[in-house]
Design a protein around this ligand. Sequence first.
Ligand code: DX5
Ligand code: ZN
Length: 223
Amino acid sequence: MPGKFLLSASILSADFSRLGEQIREAEQAGVDWIHIDVMDGHFVPNLTMGPFIVEACRRVTNLPLDIHLMVQSPELFLESFASAGASSLSVHVENAPNLHRTLQKIRELGCNVGVVLNPGTPASQVEPVLHLVDLVLVMSVNPGYSGQTFLPEVLPKIAVIQKWLDASHAPTWIEIDGGMNTQTLPQAFSAGVRVFVAATSIFKHPQGISTGVESLRHCLPGA
Ligand code: DX5
Ligand code: ZN
């Protein structure tokens, strides 16, 4: 890990008329992953991107593509996203009745395996599958839109998951998604998060993408 944590830039807030350019700018500014939010208008009240966009992103960057699936029946789409160039596929625990099978399928496809919890979902829901995943993505807003306010009540849950991972010496990452900025990132870092998704703070930073990335990179006390 270059530095103390990874930044996953969510293109949901990018200017889609210049998507390739914006991804390259984020890459040059030093983000570690590109986060792609897939929404179906059913599991969440918004429609966004599918495998075509993932394939287009794959052509403009070599960074890992971190795919966040907010769709009903995510198991139906795993192969298309893997073929499009996904590096990791994360599925919501609220939305995967055959969760073990779905996670195993992601592993078989050669992608990193992620499980996601909404803010209202307790940590206990992911405990049975922790040994099957590379990352636990904790939502710190209700999924559907960028630009929402961080919900600090998810922090105790993160600390619980971190304790379980420490106890089993698992190298699993905890990733957080929603409302990350220079004030909220340090709070989540203290709870154990090491991968930070950010859309607004990067792509809508008033001084541009590079300043957005720089500000997040140096926001820990003493950094
Ligand atoms: C929300 C998405 C997030 C979103 C984050 O459902 O999963 O990835 O892009 O946006 P910000 O960083 O603006 O909260
Ligand atoms: Zn996301």
